[in-house]
Design a protein around this ligand. Structure first.
Ligand SMILES: NC(=O)C1=CN([C@@H]2O[C@H](COP(=O)(O)OP(=O)(O)OC[C@H]3O[C@@H](n4cnc5c(N)ncnc54)[C@H](O)[C@@H]3O)[C@@H](O)[C@H]2O)C=CC1
Ligand SMILES: O=C(CO)COP(=O)(O)O
Length: 288
């Protein structure tokens, strides 16, 4: 809708709709907003059709591949090594954008001109688009915050108060930075719109599916029941599992992610997860 409002010709494809081949004909930009589970499959479908070498891929998916722990843009780049890939991520609750409320986002790529082209396509008086040269950091910000958003939903569901929520979100950001640094992303990126910005949006809005998952679990619902009643994808559930796998391999301390993981596995109750976090060894805030 944002691109169409800027006068661009837009074609939409979904599994339920038109033929993918017709949609891909002569395109300049391909934007994927498939949920993580379908990215590999759709990328290989797209690979079977001829594309101009100038075609830019934009990925908006916030997730991690369970088999490889790759990010969505890494999958697109592997399948299309000669094309520019741009990550689009930010505090972008889609219902608010649909209502034409103002929002901002980030487009990031290793190829600055590709990010600038995408910036122009989507920028308007109601959607402010920034470029960024750290696609991995931008993508990980949007992906990792989903796990913290589940924890924030639990925090609100248990009515733990504003101090607890501030502590959780702040330490959640520290955890995101730690994971991101280990992966090779830049620290500053996590303090921008795609990191802190998206963290604030999703940890404070009932419009966030990930927040909803945590909130319902705190209310005593099972994960199966919660996911069955959820409209759309809560990527944090899969992300948390993949992240635990990677954190163990790389020995990255991820206390919040670990408690969200145990909660999702049904190994602890929300109250037990909270107690585990509060009673960890005392330590300095930062290791300068
Ligand atoms: N970049 C950003 O700022 C934002 C990104 N997102 C992310 O975008 C992604 C999609 O989010 P929503 O549209 O809200 O989720 P949704 O669950 O409403 O839509 C996901 C779509 O992917 C489709 N899909 C899944 N597997 C597929 C396959 N194998 N082939 C074709 N289609 C397949 C589903 O049918 C569904 O239509 C998620 O990763 C979400 O985290 C969400 C909000 C903002
Ligand atoms: O990423 C989002 C907003 O930026 C959407 O959050 P949810 O996937 O939790 O709904």
């Amino acid at each position: 809708n944002l691109a169409a409002a800027n006068g661009h010709q837009v074609r939409v494809w979904s599994r339920q709709g038109s033929q993918i081949q017709a949609v891909l004909k002569d395109v300049q930009i391909i934007l994927s907003a498939i949920s993580m589970i379908g990215v590999r499959d759709v990328a290989s479908q797209v690979q079977s059709f001829p594309l101009s070498p100038e075609t830019i891929f934009v990925t908006a998916t916030k997730g991690l591949d369970p088999q490889t722990t790759c990010t969505p843009s890494q999958i697109w780049q592997t399948v299309f090594p000669n094309h520019a890939v741009v990550v689009l991520s930010g505090p972008n609750l889609s219902k608010e954008i649909q209502m034409e409320l103002p929002a901002a986002t980030v487009v990031a790529s290793n190829i600055p001109t590709a990010a600038e082209i995408v910036q122009l396509v989507f920028s308007s008086h109601r959607f402010r688009v920034y470029t960024n040269p750290d696609p991995l950091g931008v993508e990980l910000g949007g992906t990792l915050k989903n796990v913290i958003a589940i924890a924030a939903g639990v925090c609100d569901g248990l009515q733990l108060g504003t101090n607890a929520k501030a502590a959780l979100v702040t330490r959640g950001l520290t955890e995101m930075v730690r994971i991101g640094n280990n992966w090779g992303a830049k620290t500053e990126t996590f303090y921008g719109l795609s990191g802190l910005g998206d963290l604030l949006a999703t940890c404070n809005s009932p419009l966030s599916r990930n927040y909803q998952v945590g909130y319902q679990l705190a209310g005593g619902k099972s994960l199966t029941e919660t996911l069955a009643n959820l409209q759309g994808t809560a990527e944090g559930v899969n992300t948390c599992r993949v992240l635990m796998q990677r954190a163990k391999q790389q020995s990255i301390p991820v206390p919040i992610t670990e408690q969200v993981y145990r909660l999702l596995q049904g190994e602890v109750t929300p109250q037990q997860a909270l107690d585990e976090l509060m009673l960890r060894d005392i330590k300095p805030e930062y290791n300068y």
